[in-house]
Design a protein around this ligand. Structure first.
Ligand SMILES: [Zn+2]
Length: 101
């Protein structure tokens, strides 16, 4: 990123909002956001995404991240309920065996 004069907060907010609305040029790919969320990014990439989300407060990427997180929650839940089903079934067959049915 090129060096430039210190912008005021208003300048920055205006610039970020304008760039986001017009181009969304600086938005990282959802895969990058996912990697960031998983803590897999390091150095400049991690700083860039953190700045983009936390300082710029990009609503688009925040929404993408929310989506990724809720998908992850759903996936975890599906995995867990599959596990519970298997446990329940094996418990039932154990009980049947034990009761001699
Ligand atoms: Zn963004």
């Amino acid at each position: 990123m090129a060096h430039r004069d210190e912008p005021t907060e208003d300048d920055l907010a205006f610039t970020v909002a304008t760039v986001w609305r017009e181009e969304r040029v600086s938005c990282p790919h959802p895969n990058i956001l996912q990697a960031f969320d998983a803590g897999a990014l390091t150095g400049g990439a991690e700083e860039f995404v953190r700045f983009h989300l936390e300082e710029s407060g990009c609503p688009y990427c925040s929404a993408v991240l929310e989506d990724l997180r809720s998908q992850q929650r759903d996936a975890d839940r599906a995995h867990l309920s599959g596990l519970e089903d298997r446990l329940l079934r094996s418990t039932i067959s154990e009980l049947r065996r034990a009761s001699g049915a």
